[in-house]
Design a binder for this molecule. Structure first.
Ligand code: ADP
Length: 284
């Protein structure tokens, strides 16, 4: 599947009917001066501060930073799981005030329903969204992620990589304008992870949705993104906004190219300077 999907990516041809309803003019995210404070009676903690970003439709953005810097919190604010304490988050001009079918989520844990088959896991979203072609939609997405022959298997019968492909198909099956991915390949072994990155780019190339992808892996961010937003240590702020000009279609063999390594070094430099700053602050 990987080879053929990568080939199709390179040729720009259609994977199947699943992308027919995707739209390239939706998926504009506007984050304006957002601050997120967690708190209870015992105290408060600012997880994200002074964050302003605009993400264009179809853009593939990676949020990069060390654990605990607020990446998931920012993603949750876009998802509508967390309400900003200050500032606003808008999708296509509308204020986000809760989760919605216009945003698909993929988490590190596959979070499939274990008592449902692969087909049923994917079909549920379109059916609940009153898609009159829910069955056809589910079969198209199963085909898109190369798992048609596992249609009637249960999640436990699939490998981690296959389960995450189901997770991606499930997130896309309601035709969201934005896909929010929180370290989706973090639990996979290194080889499967590389294959999944290529698969994801093929699907994104075909489907044309905006992607916000959280990672702490610099190589992953450079391989996948159009743009890398580096976050500072707590409280999380955007400290670098780096354009990624490595040409597409991307293949893992491109990781030794000069432009790839140059961007990787730039990210590492920003992260190192920030780590030093955080270290000095802890010691003063
Ligand atoms: P990252 O995704 O970069 O690892 P998170 O957004 O998960 O970071 O967390 C940022 C900070 O906010 C961390 O210090 C974390 O402990 C804290 N945090 C995250 N979720 C909550 C919560 N629900 N309640 C209180 N603190 C939280």
């Amino acid at each position: 599947m990987t080879t053929s999907m990568a080939k199709q990516d390179a040729e720009g041809s259609s994977l199947n009917g699943a992308s027919k309803r995707s739209s390239s003019d939706r998926g504009l995210i506007e984050i304006d001066d957002v601050k997120v404070v967690y708190g209870d009676k015992t105290g408060s903690h600012t997880a994200v501060d002074s964050t302003t970003i605009t993400i264009k439709p179809r853009e593939f953005v990676c949020l990069l930073g060390p654990s605990g810097c607020g990446k998931s919190t920012l993603l949750s604010a876009i998802a509508g799981f967390v309400e900003p304490s200050d500032g606003t988050v808008k999708l296509d001009g509308e204020l986000i005030d809760g989760p919605g079918p216009d945003r698909g989520m993929v988490f590190q844990q596959y979070s499939l329903l274990p008592w449902k088959t692969i087909y049923q896991n994917i079909e549920m979203g379109p059916r609940l969204a009153n898609d009159i072609e829910a069955s056809k939609t589910a079969n198209s997405f199963l085909e898109m992620v190369g798992l048609s022959k596992y249609r009637d298997h249960y999640p436990v019968q699939l490998s981690g990589g296959m389960q995450q492909r189901v997770g991606i198909a499930r997130a896309l099956a309601t035709y969201p304008s934005v896909m929010l991915m929180d370290e989706p390949f973090g639990a996979l072994d290194a080889q499967t992870r590389l294959v999944m990155q290529e698969n994801l780019l093929s699907i994104w190339n075909e489907f044309g949705t905006t992607v916000v992808f959280v990672t702490h892996d610099v190589d992953e961010a450079v391989f996948l993104s159009d743009r890398i937003l580096v976050m500072s240590a707590s409280p999380g702020r955007i400290i670098a906004d780096l354009k990624n000009d490595v040409p597409r279609p991307r293949l893992q063999s491109m990781s030794t190219r000069e432009d790839f390594t140059k961007l990787k070094l730039k990210c590492l430099e920003v992260i190192r300077a920030e780590s030093m700053r955080a270290f000095e602050m802890q010691n003063t």
